[in-house]
Design a protein. Structure first.
Length: 266
């Protein structure tokens, strides 16, 4: 059971690390942000920071996967956020500067949490546990706090792109977002759902006090991961459909240049 938890934790960590890459590569390639909703990206940015808090203060010994994955993810995503504003054609005066300030503040907060995480690693080296029951230097969430955090934190990353989805549906325009982004999210959801389920089963099986204390947060995380799967499945479907229609139209114009000229004149 412990080995399985580690395997899916590593898989979840690897995909979490890569979540920002598809959109970052799209931005660097096209140098066009399209009709993106900046609020969605900021909510997700805050969500990654919230996951860092979850990963470092949750008492479960497997929580380090969550922290490491999201710490690297925040570094990658910071570049994604920067290029969203850098390539935004209609940005207002000072908008890029303000975005950079926000990104830097978030990154400094992440670095501070990394310092806390370093203390847990120190404890692991000297006691064999990240969160020893006696003499631990880092406080952890109790049962109620663990449940609250487990319910609140995943909401940020799960619902972050709902504003983007709603606006895209209203305008019937999904340009700017790559379908690889929600697809990668879906793969990521699969690993973390399995990870949370295994942790819940393991806590029930072993009746370990520390595991049981962290179980409410894993239940909350599991629920939100399932909701996230539904949300990103819908988004993936619409973005993919939009991309296929655009490619079909391009091929049609290539085979029929006259229709392209007519469209241009209109």
């Amino acid at each position: 059971m412990e080995i399985a938890i580690q395997i899916f934790g590593i898989l979840g960590a690897l995909t979490t690390i890569s979540l920002g890459f598809p959109q970052l590569l799209r931005l660097r390639k096209t140098k066009d942000t399209g009709k993106v909703n900046f609020v969605s990206f900021w909510i997700f940015f805050a969500g990654i920071l919230a996951w860092l808090v979850f990963g470092v203060f949750n008492s479960n010994e497997s929580g380090w996967y969550v922290f490491i994955a999201n710490f690297i993810c925040i570094a990658v995503y910071s570049f994604t956020m920067f290029y969203l504003y850098y390539y935004y054609k209609d940005k207002k005066k000072g908008q890029l500067r303000n975005a950079v300030i926000g990104i830097v503040i978030g990154d400094l907060f992440a670095l501070a949490l990394f310092g806390v995480f370093a203390v847990t690693v120190y404890q692991k080296i000297h006691t064999g546990k990240f969160y020893p029951e006696q003499g631990g230097l880092i406080p952890t969430f109790n049962g109620q706090a663990s449940l609250a955090v487990g319910l609140i934190v995943p909401a940020f990353t799960t619902l972050a792109f709902m504003p983007q989805l709603i606006i895209s549906l209203k305008k019937k325009n999904f340009k700017g977002l790559t379908p690889w982004m929600p697809l990668l999210f879906l793969i990521n959801n699969t690993w973390w759902i399995t990870f949370f389920v295994l942790n819940i089963v393991n806590a029930q099986r072993t009746q370990d006090v520390k595991l049981l204390a962290g179980m409410p947060s894993f239940i909350g995380g599991l629920v939100w991961q399932i909701i996230s799967t539904i949300v990103y499945t819908i988004q993936f479907g619409f973005i993919l459909n939009s991309e296929l229609k655009e490619k079909k139209m391009q091929k049609r114009n290539e085979h029929n240049p006259s229709s392209l000229n007519t469209t241009t004149l209109n």
